[in-house]
Design a protein around this ligand. Structure first.
Ligand SMILES: [Zn+2]
Length: 221
């Protein structure tokens, strides 16, 4: 027997232009966490820029960015490959506030895994998948994921609406993690029901698109 996912529809609003003069609304289906989403999803509008997922005024270094665009990372240290190719790692001490990079609805919260005290830590294969995370569904059926977050630090629950900039949790160091950091990615479900990351840009604070570069620090203004 195939169970259909529970469906609730929520209205989202988003600006059609950078000056927020024209707002558009969008009815998005919100499913249970077992629902894997829409393989046709793409970031809409295409000009959408994501806010840095950390508090204002703190310089945060990018330690890994989109695979292939950052050859400074040795092949063996790259984890952002394949389906994870367009993920970003920001180095930050455990307990740094994590802020929503885009509005949406929380569809998954995992926060029961303990953080490592060792830094650096050498993760092993079995640490994969044992990371805490929050996943947020956007109006275009894409998702943002915040991973390796601190144990029991989530300030949101499944079904909760978040606005851009809301503090959703604290950063941590668990799962397949070599040191305290936040892993951030935007994804959609692919045809096999797996999450596949999508290329996206951050907002430099002035409406200009930024692709993070390894070794560069970014400050949210
Ligand atoms: Zn990562």
């Amino acid at each position: 027997m195939i169970l259909k996912p529970k469906k609730v529809t929520t209205k989202f609003e988003y600006p059609l232009d950078p000056d927020n003069q024209t707002m558009a609304s969008y009815e998005a289906p919100i499913y249970s966490r077992d629902y894997k989403g829409d393989p046709r999803a793409q970031i809409l509008p295409a000009t959408t820029l994501f806010q840095y997922p950390f508090p204002k005024g703190t310089a945060i270094r990018c330690d890994q960015s989109f695979d292939g665009l950052n050859s400074s990372i040795s092949e063996s240290d790259r984890t952002h490959t394949g389906l994870e190719a367009f993920a970003v790692d920001f180095s930050m001490p455990i307990g740094t506030q994590v802020c929503a990079a885009r509005e949406g609805i929380v569809v998954e919260v995992i926060s029961n895994f303990a953080d490592y005290s060792q830094d650096p830590y050498s993760p092993i294969e079995s640490d994969k998948g044992r990371e805490n995370k929050i996943k947020i569904l956007h109006s275009d059926n894409t998702y943002s994921t915040y991973a390796h977050i601190k144990q029991n630090s989530s300030r949101v629950t499944v079904g909760r609406k978040v606005a851009i900039g809301d503090i959703i949790c604290l950063s941590g160091h668990n799962g397949y993690s070599t040191g305290p950091h936040l892993h951030f990615e935007v994804s959609k479900s692919n045809d096999e029901g797996k999450f596949q990351t999508l290329e996206f840009s951050f907002n430099d604070g002035h409406g200009n698109p930024i692709t993070p570069q390894v070794g560069t620090s970014y400050t949210r203004i």
